[in-house]
Design a protein around this ligand. Structure first.
Ligand SMILES: [Fe+2]
Length: 455
């Protein structure tokens, strides 16, 4: 057993301070039209040196940069104040509802909905609401309307203003589709029976369906008794299947069996000719999330075409580079997309070849832009030591065309030993960044973020 968890070292190493910095230095020019906050969540354990520490279980820390009028007004990083995190800071916990005693500093994503900024996490705990400057307001159960836990990943349908989520919790015999309306109240929940307690990290949405991924990573009491920090393991006995839930909950889920595989993230999905198209990053071999990256084959961008009439899923490979964190222009969620963005993060997507070696992309750091109409890919390379994170698209204006805008990500700047917020022009993707905002600290590799515009 290693003395230290690899998730406490290198690009994963947590930071130890909360920092506030104003008027940040910039190389290039921040587009004047970008007014809002780029926020990103990720695990940042406090004072742990646990050799078994699992990346998914560190207390959430949100890093944010405020842009306005062509300037980077501030950078802040703040731990989400769960009860435990508040106690470790000697502060009073901003108390609120707790689901099944599962209070946790939500560490996976950060979204804005109905005037709230919410840090989210899956598997039971509630989201935490943050204020404009990333202080913790408290846990959020949507004004008492959420019956259980929530989810890390959500999909906002801009046509209806509804936010969709799939909640799961180890003690449930079902997962739960949750719909939050534009006013921030849960208006509908649908329980979907599933065996074995599967992890459902993400899902997909179309105008007709919620697309469920019931894959062979399931809750394990055995793992609990063995003291594994993350009690979800590969379960070869669990049938992999894709489920189509009519979005209005009017009919049961139509399940279609597939070969075993693992998926953390969908790029997007849409309806087409009676079928459902889902683009996603697929782990093509079995994948044990309890040991994470050490035991998986290539992670590729694939297209699944789900035919409910035939009860069949047809797969196409869109790109065989190792990649993760697929993102689409959020305005287009549930409708046909042309472009997608993803990240090649050597530390995360490195695959083990059949010979037991790292693949060619083991040390690559790049953001990819996929043109799925043309079948082309552009890579913006950051270099071996310049660890990059998830790329988020920000349109140049509210009604701009699909790739008319900017792609943002935190990237490590090895020359400074600190992170930059990198802003690329999406239509001139391989050119020098239009701006690099130089941040005063490292930012550990984390999970998901969003551009939250002021309007
Ligand atoms: Fe995720």
């Amino acid at each position: 057993m290693p003395e230290h968890s690899r998730f406490l070292e290198g690009p994963f190493a947590p930071v130890t301070e909360e920092i506030t910095a104003f008027d940040l230095p910039v190389t290039g020019q921040i587009p004047a039209g970008l007014s809002g906050r780029y926020l990103r969540n990720g695990p940042n354990p406090l004072g742990l040196d646990d050799p078994d520490y699992h990346w998914f279980l560190g207390a959430g820390m949100v890093h944010g940069v405020r842009l306005r009028g062509g300037k980077a007004e501030w950078y802040r990083n703040r731990w989400v104040r769960s009860k435990a995190v508040a106690a470790q800071h000697g502060e009073t916990w901003p108390a609120g509802p707790v689901h099944e005693n599962m209070d946790f500093a939500a560490n996976t994503c950060i979204i804005a909905h109905a005037g709230r900024t919410l840090a989210t996490v899956e598997a039971g705990p509630l989201p935490y609401e943050l204020d404009e400057e990333l202080g913790t307001a408290g846990p959020c159960d949507f004004g008492g309307t959420l019956p259980g836990g929530f989810a890390a990943h959500t999909k906002l349908d801009r046509a209806t203003g509804e936010l969709h989520a799939i909640a799961y919790f180890w003690a449930w015999d079902h997962v739960q589709h949750v719909v939050v309306d534009a006013a921030g109240k849960v208006t509908r929940t649908t329980d979907i029976p599933v065996p074995d307690g599967p992890m459902m990290h993400d899902f997909a949405l179309t105008p007709s369906y919620v697309v469920l991924l019931d894959l062979p990573v399931t809750f394990s009491l055995n793992a609990v008794t063995q003291g594994k920090e993350l009690p979800y393991v590969w379960n070869g006995k669990h049938q992999a299947r894709v489920g189509l839930l009519p979005r209005d909950g009017s009919a049961p889920v139509r399940w279609i069996e597939i070969e075993p595989c693992w998926v953390f993230h969908c790029l997007n999905a849409y309806d087409g000719n009676g079928k459902v198209v889902v683009d996603l990053c697929q782990y093509n071999q079995g994948f044990d999330v309890s040991t994470l990256w050490s035991t998986h084959g290539p992670v590729t961008l694939d297209r699944w075409i789900i035919d409910p009439a035939a009860g069949k899923v047809t797969q196409q490979r869109l790109d065989d580079r190792g990649q993760e964190f697929p993102r689409v222009d959020d305005r287009i969620i549930s409708r046909p997309h042309r472009y997608g963005y993803s990240a090649q993060i050597g530390e995360v997507t490195r695959a083990i070849t059949a010979a037991g070696d790292f693949g060619d992309d083991a040390f690559t750091n790049a953001i990819l832009k996929h043109d799925l109409a043309r079948g082309t890919v552009q890579a913006h390379e950051f270099g071996r030591d310049a660890t990059v994170g998830e790329a988020v698209f920000a349109p140049s204006s509210a009604d701009a065309a699909e790739d008319d805008g900017y792609v943002m990500a935190f990237a490590h700047n090895p020359d400074r030993g600190a992170a930059d917020l990198v802003i690329l022009a999406a239509q001139d993707f391989t050119a020098e960044p239009v701006a690099r905002v130089h941040l005063p600290t490292r930012i550990p590799l984390g999970f998901h973020g969003n551009w939250l515009p002021d309007h």
